[in-house]
Design a protein around this ligand. Structure first.
Ligand SMILES: [Zn+2]
Ligand SMILES: [Zn+2]
Length: 202
């Protein structure tokens, strides 16, 4: 299942991503790490999905093979450079997915068990799936034009053979961070976490 020599681990691959979409990488789609509708950067041993939204920037972690990861001990900062020449540095802090937010659930032991709603891994005898968390930089981007912001993300404290990572993404427009079924209706404040899932087929 794993690509033996997919170009991960060298700088060639990373340079194909970088600051903006310079075209698709041949033979290497990033659909497994665009699950939050974000922009994908590749570093030496990780993929990172950057989601720009009106309320800030979310960074999701994936392995070199594009399996979701938890943030764990990692932390970092985002340097935002705006087209008007101003810049700001904002700490990236761990955040758990909020109610109604588009969230990936995965099994850390079985890389093919990845889904967009809570559940259990049958291969693990019913272990509850992890909700993918993220690093969050709070910033009001509601008035920023696409292309008018460049975010340089520095992360340290990573595991997996790459303790630090650095990449830059250009803001291409705000993503919707809410689940599709929640986005249409206003979130109900104080709604219990288990409520509102009558739509499941059984
Ligand atoms: Zn890649
Ligand atoms: Zn499992």
């Amino acid at each position: 299942m794993r690509a033996q020599s997919g170009g991960h681990g060298d700088d060639t691959h990373a340079s194909m991503h970088g600051t903006g979409r310079g075209g698709e990488t041949p033979g290497h789609s990033h659909e497994k790490c665009e699950l939050h509708l974000g922009q994908v950067s590749m570093t030496k041993a990780h993929h990172f999905e950057t989601v720009f939204a009106a309320d800030g920037i979310r960074i999701y972690f994936y392995t070199g093979d594009q399996s979701p990861l938890l943030v764990e001990k990692a932390e970092g900062k985002a340097t935002l450079r705006f087209k008007d020449g101003t810049s700001r540095e904002i700490p990236l802090v761990l955040q758990k997915p909020k109610e109604g937010e588009r969230t990936v659930y995965f099994c850390p032991m079985h890389e093919d068990v990845v889904q967009m709603e809570p559940g259990e891994c049958l291969k693990c005898g019913g272990m509850r799936l992890f909700a993918q968390d993220y690093l969050y930089a709070k910033a009001d981007l509601s008035k920023v034009e696409p292309g008018a912001l460049e975010a340089t993300i520095r992360i340290k404290g990573l595991s997996g053979g790459e303790p630090e990572a650095l990449f830059t993404e250009t803001y291409e427009g705000a993503a919707t961070t809410m689940r599709p079924e929640e986005a249409g209706e206003a979130a109900v404040p104080g709604e219990a976490k288990e409520a509102g899932h009558e739509g499941h087929a059984h």
